[in-house]
Write a protein that binds this ligand. Structure first.
Ligand SMILES: Cc1cc2nc3c(=O)[nH]c(=O)nc-3n(C[C@H](O)[C@H](O)[C@H](O)COP(=O)(O)OP(=O)(O)OC[C@H]3O[C@@H](n4cnc5c(N)ncnc54)[C@H](O)[C@@H]3O)c2cc1C
Length: 427
């Protein structure tokens, strides 16, 4: 078995960690490496969360595989961790030190005999939209979720499992790994503490109707930009204008797209300025002549990130404009975009024409739309407002918007809080 799956219908552990992003992975590892038993559950078919969906990550500009691979190796070597993907919490009862949880494990339709040889996908005639790339390309209905997927095993999109044509995949698998009739399982978990690390989702840019996302093809969001720049993205890493596939000669970044705005997200997501300056580098490396315009209210690059900002300021092709973009419209016939911005100091209005625009949309905690199925205090934005007497401990981007290194620090703290809470103590 390539992964420490949950066997049977009951399991007990010191910590149940919900969410297999960098926060949940780190907490489960830190607790298990000091001898505690951790069960790590993830609702998608693989671990890695949003970090695995980025092209490079700031400030060091390394590929996400750098950090993730080391963590996956640590998991494989650790008998104290049990990992269960495609798994969600159905109910929680009990109190710190003594919780009982019901988990639902959704079928993968591919068992542990899978060697990821790809023979099934080669014969698969059924296609699906690839959610990893925001539906901008397709995969076969049986697919490997990512080249760094953990578990390294194929999965079938449940929407297509009953399609008669999927039987060809079963015939092509010489290992007997495909089970089209696999059913969901229910598992009971007894645990001392629960770490809630379900992360964030991007703010829905279609709600910001003045900025043209969903209306004009050359307006994309920052999370889509990560995929456009990734080699396993819909354009195989080539940054192109969606409308005509040409390299953009000018790009506008719209900071605080919906953020710090009472009509959308009133708070600052803390990382969007850095994400845009990082993405400006993606464009600079591929298209050295492209002019980049960053429209900002104020640039937030606290602490050691200031260098990153200064380097961007020194770049002759990156132009910073103090201005909140009030409206994006499309020019007739060219697909070009006109960004109308108001200088937040002088009130002066400007109009800048670019070939492509990237909206720096903010992060929304998943707890806003899917809170834990138990009484946990949330603040007005949906972030967990930690109650010190609770054995349910928020961790990572369900607590506040955080970059990866701060998420890891938070996760280490959550592991310690969980270990204490598991004994029925207070944190
Ligand atoms: C455009 C953009 C670029 C960024 N680039 C960088 C960068 O370069 N450098 C950097 O340091 N930071 C960057 N970040 C921030 C980074 O993405 C976060 O710090 C990181 O994702 C936080 O990890 P997390 O584990 O808290 O959440 P997530 O990555 O969201 O992981 C949460 C996991 O929980 C799972 N989950 C959700 N709900 C459930 C449920 N109910 N049950 C079970 N599992 C569930 C999810 O599927 C996911 O796997 C960027 C953010 C944005 C918006």
């Amino acid at each position: 078995m390539d992964v420490q799956d949950i066997k049977g219908d009951q399991v007990s552990c010191d910590l149940l960690v919900v969410g297999g992003g960098i926060a949940g992975i780190t907490t489960a590892l830190e607790a298990s490496e000091v001898g505690r038993k951790a069960v790590l559950i993830e609702k998608t078919p693989m671990l890695g969360g949003r970090v695995l969906r980025t092209n490079l990550y700031f400030p060091k500009m390394c590929p996400p595989g750098c950090g993730i691979e080391i963590n996956l190796k640590r998991i494989r070597q650790n008998e104290n961790i049990t990992v269960s993907t495609l798994t969600e919490v159905e109910s929680i009862s009990g109190s710190p030190g003594n919780y009982e949880i019901t988990l639902k494990i959704n079928p993968r339709f591919v068992n542990e005999k899978c060697t990821a040889c790809d023979e099934c996908a080669k014969v698969c005639e059924v296609m699906r939209k690839n959610e990893l790339n925001f539906g901008l390309d397709e995969t076969t209905a049986i697919y490997l979720p990512h080249k760094l997927a953990f578990p390294y095993r194929y999965v079938i999109d449940p929407e297509y499992v009953d399609d008669e044509r999927m039987k060809k995949c079963v015939e092509a698998c010489e290992y007997g790994a495909i089970e089209l009739d696999m059913q969901p399982r229910t598992v009971k978990v007894k645990t001392g503490a629960i770490i809630w690390a379900t992360g964030w989702e991007p703010y829905d840019a279609t709600k910001i109707d003045n900025l043209g996302f969903g209306q004009y093809p050359n307006v994309v969001t920052n999370v889509i930009m990560e995929r456009l720049a990734s080699v396993d993205g819909p354009t195989h890493g080539e940054i192109k204008r969606p409308s005509d596939g040409n390299a953009p000669k000018s790009v506008g970044f719209v900071q605080c797209a919906g953020s710090r705005d009472e009509n959308h997200l009133p708070y600052c997501s803390a990382i969007c300025c850095m994400a845009s300056m990082k993405q400006a580098q993606y464009i600079r490396r591929q298209h050295p002549d492209t002019e980049i315009h960053i429209f900002y209210i104020d640039v937030r690059s606290p602490g050691r990130w200031e260098d990153f900002y200064m380097n961007a300021q020194e770049d002759e092709k990156i132009h910073f404009h103090r201005g909140k973009v009030a409206r994006i419209t499309e020019e007739d016939g060219t697909g070009n975009l006109v960004l109308e911005a108001e200088n937040t100091l002088t009130g002066e209005m400007t109009r800048t024409t670019v070939e492509m625009a990237i909206l720096a949309t903010g992060m929304v905690p998943t707890t806003k739309s899917s809170p834990p199925p138990v009484d946990v205090r949330l603040d007005e934005f949906g972030y967990i407002d930690q109650d010190d007497d609770s054995g349910i401990i928020g961790c990572g981007n369900v607590m506040r918007p955080l970059e990866v290194s701060a998420t890891i620090q938070d996760a280490t703290g959550a592991a310690l809080k969980g270990i204490i809470a598991a004994k029925g103590g207070t944190k």
